[in-house]
Design a protein around this ligand. Sequence first.
Ligand code: PLP
Length: 398
Amino acid sequence: MTPPGSALGLSRRARAMPLSATIKVSQAAAALRASGVPVLDFSVGEPDQDTPTHVVAAGARALAEGRTRYAPPAGIPELRAAVAARYREDVGLDFAAEEVAISCGGKQALFNVCQMLLDPGDEVIVPTPHWPTFPEAVRLAGGRPVFVTCRERDGFELRVASIRRALGPRTRALIVNSPNNPTGAVVDADQWLALGRLAQKRGFTLIYDDTYAKLSYGRTSTEVFAALRRTIPGRFVVLGTASKTYCMTGWRIGWTLGPRALAEACAALASHSTQSPATFAQYGALAALTGPQHGVAERAAEYRRRRDLIYGAVVAIRGVSCVEPAGAFYVFPNVKRFLSSRVPTSLALASRLLADQQIASVPGEGFGAPGYLRISFARPLAELEVGADRIRRFLEGL
Ligand code: PLP
């Protein structure tokens, strides 16, 4: 049989591009739910709370005031300045507004940065377990992801020595996501500084994805970022997003902070692709960044309660091991003990969990870490309680 799409002649790039593993699972869960099955969806990587009302009001006001025209490809100047000001106030990072490029979410920030930094064959180090989009964005730009494993027995923490071993003549960048999706591991201040020194010495760019920075449950040593920027001013790039911090996943607002030449290159790329995120959405993000911030801490406190519940429930299951997440909103239990000839992979286990217990989770395969499941705790406590009980029953019955 001729494979679908072959008459159309899809590009090699298209043929090599899988749909995001996380999106695949949530689509399967949504289809089940639409057919009337009461699925508990722990696959989703988005806050369950609504966008704060003052942000919605700002977006609506922008529309009512006729802010419905093209915005500049680097974003509206007020928002670029607000992003710079927020990082200055929160972590002492001193970027000028001209060093900020606004994008359609953190995903496009990553995509644009990879397109603008990489030449064919350039290598980018991606610590594993990793968010599925990192290697795809590197490959789409013609680069080659080089995976470095962070081990469960090290708390999934990134070891600078293993990064050093992975460096080669084509290494162009290292992507660090802290707190990490899916493990919740956080890079500590000493490791950040060592990474900065390594980047300076070996001449690669340090790309910091700070999507979950406002969801940290332990000590945060934010002053380290100002020090890093001083060490590698031309090689330090921050990718951020309004999605998780401000419950704005559908607004599609993200940003890149980095050397001015990179911000300009990202804007040039946007000028030939998306132009910019929707203009009114940028005004919403402006309200989020410049308005009251207490909601951010309140939501983090709520996530912490949820983390405590689900982490406690998961490690209480005999045969499961799990690193306590220090940030983000996922637990990443090891389920290798439950694999067998009947359920040979975590992918098969996640499918069975969905079919038997109506629980959607994401198998570790999507994060380059087979044998694990990612369970999102961006869900209400009551739902997590019911879900944890069903997961326990399911695993004990295997
Ligand atoms: N980076 C990480 C690690 C993520 O988990 C996500 C979303 O799941 C993003 C970036 C991008 O999010 P968005 O495109 O909604 O800003």
